[in-house]
Design a binder for this molecule. Structure first.
Ligand SMILES: [Cu+2]
Length: 504
């Protein structure tokens, strides 16, 4: 063989080997990306139920809660102490409960070594009480926002919102539920014994490296952290014994990037009774509910005496191409929570045919539209800037927002202060699970949603609310924008660069 020929053979062989290695690597990454705990979960731990937060009522009627953000450690597995953060306890926080019309105040003490915030996700309240990145709480300081609850009964939640560090703060354990009830919900024959037939179900995916959390992002995953197992209310492999025929689960996806498609292992149907912003007008029967990070759903499941069923998250092939689906968790499945019914069950009344009243506008009185194009690099081509107001909205008006995911990476969209109605998904009427009041909506790759919302709170030209992708890695990267609500004819003020609140 000539020298040239030998060289060609050598180069071809090298190219082939590199090709094989790359192909093999891609194949390995592809198959390694899929996670399932279905059938391999022992359900050996009794589900923890976050305690109801204590409160005092001041002479003016204000209900006052106290919460302390602090570091701790928790034995998720016996004998292994994991460094964590929590509100009052080691991990997560107590469940706050208040009634519509009540004035509430929450005194947040920051006993962490770094500044953070607490945002009231889903709550309708003045911008300066919102707990976004403009209301930082310095280490050692106490921040005490107060507002009047003025929205229907709902399953809301609270979590930190420091700009650029939200993923870390939530992952370490800072999250809790905030339940609202009202006269109407009090009258309805729904399961409502907290921790008995009305269960908070805070779902998070986790990964451990020995005793410690492993918060690393997987290669090729562009949505953020994806764990290899799930826990509920901070309990790994959880089971819950139930003694009622009907059990209400208040599902909260408190994961930072993972989308779940919940159903039951035996395929049983359940009633969906509420979404982010409260009760639906009527229960709707289904066997699946898809939830992206930050979303809530209230479902009611019927148990048989002595029966068992498992809340499972199923693979969801309905979003993204096969590549992005695999690397954003769409092919994964989890056994999340086992429900074990006692041999004798208390009889539950049938679900009411009518539930809540939707207070979200239907788009017919929208005075203007806005467009939000989503890409991981930013919204409408811009990265979040703390000192820039992106949108100025007139108080008392309704608007229609069109949100388009402009590439194949999954995103979702959360708007502070308001609840919205999903008018359309890709031009079609939305599925039943999106027909209630929402504050967070999944926006799969190359999908467009239309949302109608009304801004009827206090005007404040100087303090913005946020809208953003609630996949926390994306949010931290700057997939977020700011809006102010002003009186008619008003202008956005000047947003001050925030100083951490240091009041005691
Ligand atoms: Cu996103």
């Amino acid at each position: 063989m000539s020298r040239l020929k030998r060289l060609l053979v050598l180069l071809t062989t090298i190219a082939l080997l590199i090709g094989l290695a790359l192909g093999g690597g891609a194949l390995w990454l592809y198959s390694d990306a899929k996670v399932s705990t279905v059938g391999s979960t022992g359900f050996s731990n009794e589900l923890a139920v976050p305690p109801l937060a204590g409160s005092t009522v001041r002479s003016d009627g204000t209900r006052v809660f106290d919460l302390t953000m602090r570091a701790g450690e928790k034995e998720f597995t016996t004998g292994r102490k994991t460094p964590t953060w929590g509100f009052d306890g080691d991990y997560l926080g107590p469940t706050l409960r208040a009634e519509r019309g009540e004035k509430v105040q929450v005194r947040i003490r920051n006993a962490l070594g770094e500044e953070s915030t607490v945002h009231w996700h889903g709550m309708h309240l003045p911008a300066r009480m919102d707990g976004g990145p403009h209301q930082m709480v310095a280490p050692g300081a106490t921040w005490a926002p107060s507002w009047t609850v003025d929205q229907p009964a709902a399953t809301l939640w609270y979590h930190p919102h420091p700009h650029g560090r939200t993923e870390k703060h939530v992952q370490r354990g800072l999250a809790g539920m905030f339940l609202l009830h009202d006269e109407r919900s009090d009258r309805l024959a729904l399961p409502k014994k907290y921790g008995v037939d009305d269960l908070p179900v805070i779902v998070q995916d986790v990964k451990f490296d020995g005793a410690k959390f492993d918060h690393g992002h997987k290669t090729l995953s562009d949505t953020g952290f994806l764990g290899n197992r799930t826990m509920v209310n901070g309990t790994l492999d959880p089971y819950k014994e139930v003694g009622d025929e009907l059990v209400r689960l208040r599902l909260l996806n408190a994961s930072t990037a993972r989308v779940y498609d919940f159903g039951f292992s035996d395929g049983r149907e359940f009633a969906l009774i509420g979404t982010d912003g409260g009760l639906l007008e009527a229960p709707t029967r289904t066997d699946r509910i898809r939830m992206s990070p930050g979303e809530r759903a209230e479902i009611v499941v019927r148990m048989k005496p002595g029966g068992k069923t498992t809340l499972r998250s199923f693979p969801d092939g309905s979003y993204g191409d096969f590549w992005s689906r695999r690397f954003s968790g769409g092919d994964d499945s989890f056994d999340v929570l086992e429900l074990r019914a006692r041999k004798t069950l208390r009889t539950s009344p049938e679900l009411p045919a009518e539930l809540g009243e939707l207070e979200v506008p239907d788009g017919s009185d929208s005075v203007r539209g806005r467009f939000f194009g989503l890409r991981t690099s930013g919204i409408n081509g811009r990265e979040m800037r703390m000192g820039r107001i992106d949108e100025t909205i007139t108080r008392g008006t309704a608007e229609t927002w069109t949100v388009r995911n402009e590439h194949s990476t999954p995103h979702n969209f959360h708007v502070h202060d308001v609840q919205f109605r999903v008018l359309e998904v890709d031009g079609e009427k939305p599925p039943a699970e999106l027909r209630g009041a929402k504050d967070t909506v999944f926006v799969p790759g190359n999908t467009t949603v239309k949302l109608a919302m009304r801004f009827d709170g206090q005007a404040d030209p100087d303090v913005p609310y946020m809208y953003h992708c609630h996949l926390l890695y994306h949010e931290d990267l700057g997939m977020m924008g700011q809006f102010v609500v002003v009186e008619k004819g008003g202008k956005a003020g000047k947003v001050r660069t925030p100083h951490a609140h240091t009041g005691q």
